[in-house]
Ligand binder design. Structure first.
Ligand code: ADP
Length: 265
């Protein structure tokens, strides 16, 4: 066999091996996507089914006259409103997810962060109090204006606070801080949402900002969710010119930080 034939045979062998490797990688990727899609559908169905069941049975009790006392009727009304809002938030989250995938930018402008933090905590007040959470909030009184979008920051905080409600564990503590911090790129505004829950598994940590990704604890405990919250939060904060980071270790809680540019540094 001539040298050329050997070289050609080797090249053909290499090409064949590369093809086989590519096919295996493609199959693995397709399987992972299919599993994520199934998990997402299961998550959304569960998310839809639970509030719908509560609304239907509350409405049945009202319609059948099982509940008549004015106080009880009011409580049922509250329940229906709360679960209706939960359904609305889920639908909005899915719609927002599909919209955020288009290259759409929020126009950053000078924003006072303190009132936005207060508004987000007000939004979550009933749920936090209802679940027995202690809230520690602090906003630096000399906080400069951020170059951001108030509605965007509020949505990010709603998602992060919502996650503390779900994953914050038995300590029932949440901290929200806003301050100036100096990073290697210079000073910036940081809004930190912390909990003292079980923390995030190191195997999950690199993936939690991926769409549809759910940590093993959330999956095994069947905590309601779609795996979209953090990916949306990341999209929103990045569309304002900021970023998000997380620090967490099993047993030591989690801290999510929104990094926002200062309007006039
Ligand atoms: P979802 O809550 O619907 O699962 P998210 O995108 O909001 O989706 O979160 C992704 C995953 O990150 C969660 O499934 C959970 O495993 C993990 N996670 C998020 N926030 C926290 C937190 N505060 N503490 C522990 N784990 C968290």
């Amino acid at each position: 066999m001539s040298g050329l034939t050997v070289a050609l045979a080797l090249a053909a062998g290499l090409l064949l091996t590369a093809n086989v490797v590519l096919v295996i990688l493609f199959r693995r990727h397709a399987r992972r996507l299919a599993k994520m899609r199934m998990d997402f559908i299961a998550g959304v169905s569960h998310e839809l089914r639970t509030p719908l069941a509560v609304i239907t049975s509350a409405a049945d009790n009202l319609a059948d006259g099982v509940v008549e006392q004015p106080e009880a009727v009011r409580e049922y009304g509250e329940l229906i409103r709360r679960e209706g809002q939960r359904l609305g938030a889920l639908v909005e989250r899915i719609l927002l997810f599909s919209a955020m995938k288009k290259p759409e930018r929020r126009t950053p402008h000078p924003v006072e962060v303190g009132p936005v933090v207060e508004a987000a905590l007000r939004d979550a007040d009933t749920s936090l109090r209802g679940a027995g959470f202690t809230v520690e909030a602090s906003v630096d009184p000399d906080l400069p204006l951020a170059l951001a979008d108030a509605e965007g920051i509020r949505r990010c905080l709603q998602n992060l606070i919502g996650n503390v409600l779900k994953y914050g564990g038995d300590s029932r503590w949440i901290g929200v801080r806003a301050m100036v911090a100096t990073e290697s790129s210079g000073p910036e505004i940081q809004v930190i949402v912390e909990d003292r829950g079980p923390g995030i598994d190191p195997a999950d940590l690199p993936h939690i900002f991926e769409p549809f990704y759910r940590g093993w604890r959330a999956r095994s405990l069947q905590t309601h969710g779609t795996g979209l919250g953090l990916s949306l939060t990341k999209d929103i904060v990045e569309s304002m010119g900021g970023k998000i980071s997380v620090s967490s270790a099993p047993g030591s809680g989690s801290a999510f930080t929104l990094h926002l540019p200062i309007a006039w540094p």
